[in-house]
Design a protein around this ligand. Sequence first.
Ligand SMILES: [Zn+2]
Ligand SMILES: [Zn+2]
Length: 254
Amino acid sequence: MSYALKKMTSRARAGLKEAGRLGLDLLYPRRCPMCDRPVRPFGALICPECAGLPVRALGNTCLQCGTIVPWDRAYCSGCQTNRHLFVRGCAAFSYRSMSRSLYRYKYRGRQEYASWYGLEMTGALKERVRRGRFPKPDYILPVPLSRERERKRGYNQAALLAREVAKRLRIPCREDILFRTRDTAVLKTRDFWERQENLKRAFLVYGNDVKLKSIMLIDDIYTTGATMDACAQALLAAGAENVTFLTLAIGEET
Ligand SMILES: [Zn+2]
Ligand SMILES: [Zn+2]
């Protein structure tokens, strides 16, 4: 195929994709991540009156993980007591203000929320990078679900976010590197240490593309950091230069 023809067909394909998305929005109006009503005006990602509702994780946040902390503290209690394997992390919102939205996103099939979530996560990250607090990633990796869990849910909520962020930052989203070998949620009944051990062995890295690369993990929520550390351990063992993370929501310490 000639170059001009190739360019034309790729443009036509992009046009079709765009038209398809618009058609989909007409048939199934995009819902607002905060109030869940169809978004007005048409084409917007969130209602203008809802955009100010979530609490942004700005201001004083833990220097390592990004948890919202009181003004006189540099680190959250978790980072003061645990040595984490990731170098930095940040989030867009406090979990409290997003919990209902996140529930619908994860368990009620509201995959369309990912567009607005991704936009806000990208904004939060850019702000940190601008302040010189965050290494710029070479690759973006979603925290993987086990195959079983992904099949049940129909999608990996972290992967949808990772694709949105990657598209906006023009950094490759790699879903062919990090895998989850076992479903750690089913192990809830076991004791703490056993669970940690199981989590450590739950992630596998394929290939050696991460060697000397700065890797940013993406997930919906950051809680204790155990999952991030387990992923980071696998990535660092495979030669990654450093591991950071970006999540939609994070806790708050008062
Ligand atoms: Zn709304
Ligand atoms: Zn912290």
